[in-house]
Design a protein around this ligand. Sequence first.
Ligand code: TYD
Length: 134
Amino acid sequence: MYRLLEFEKIGDERGWLTPVESYSDIPFLIKRIYFIHGTGEDIKRGMHAHKNLEQVIICLAGSCTLFLDNGFQNEEILLVDNNKGVYLKDLVWRELYNFSRNCILLVLASDHYYEGDYIRDYNSFKELVLKEDY
Ligand code: TYD
C-alpha cells in the first residue's frame, strides 16, 4: 500500500539539512513538487486516488494524519517527522486530516499535474480496484 522512506538528517551547530534526490532517496524522477499549508484543523483534503502517479508525501512542519485505503485494507499514518516520506505508487485512496495549524506538507510527484489521472469518486475507485485484482 505504501513504503516509508527515511531521509538523511545532517545536523551541526547551524541546524539541520535533509537532502532528497531522485532515484537515490526516492524511487522516481521528480517532475513536480507542491506544498500544502494553511489548512484548518477541521478540514479534510485529498479524497482521491491516482491511476498512474508516484508520490512521496513529507510533513515539513507540524503534523497531520494520512489515511490510506487500497480497497481491501486501510491504515492511518501520523505524519510528523520531516526526515520521513510516505511513498505511494499503486492505486490507493488517500485522505488527509487532523492538520495542526503550522502543518506544511511537501509532495514530490513523478509527473506533471493532470486531472485525468485522478479518481475523485470512492465508488469508482472501488470498482477499479476490484477490476485490477482479477
Ligand atoms: P486538489 O487536488 O483538490 O488538492 P488535494 O487533493 O491535495 O486537497 O487540488 C486543489 C487545486 O489545485 C485544484 O484546482 C487542482 C489544483 N492543482 C494544480 O493546479 N496543480 C497541482 O499539482 C495540484 C496537486 C493541484
